[in-house]
Write a protein that binds this ligand. Structure first.
Ligand SMILES: [Zn+2]
Length: 63
C-alpha cells in the first residue's frame, strides 16, 4: 500500500535546473523550500510541488 504523500518528489529549480529531491512526508505544505544549489526560494512546499514538481509515476502531458 502506497500513498502519494510519501513519495519523493523532484522539484526542478526554474533558475539553475537543479533537481531537488523532497521527501513529502518529512515536511508540511507550509514549509518554505529553496533550491539546494542556488538557494532560489521556491515558495511553500504546497505551491512548489505543483509549480515545479514532478511525480515519478506521472509523466507530463503536452510538454
Ligand atoms: Zn537553483
Amino acid at each position: 500500500m502506497t500513498s502519494p504523500d510519501f513519495e519523493t518528489h523532484k522539484i526542478i529549480c526554474p533558475e539553475c535546473g537543479t533537481v531537488n529531491s523532497v521527501m513529502s512526508n518529512a515536511i508540511m505544505v507550509t514549509t518554505p523550500i529553496d533550491c539546494s544549489k542556488c538557494r532560489l526560494p521556491l515558495g511553500m512546499w504546497g505551491e512548489a510541488r505543483t509549480k515545479y514538481g514532478t511525480l515519478p509515476a506521472a509523466l507530463p502531458e503536452g510538454a
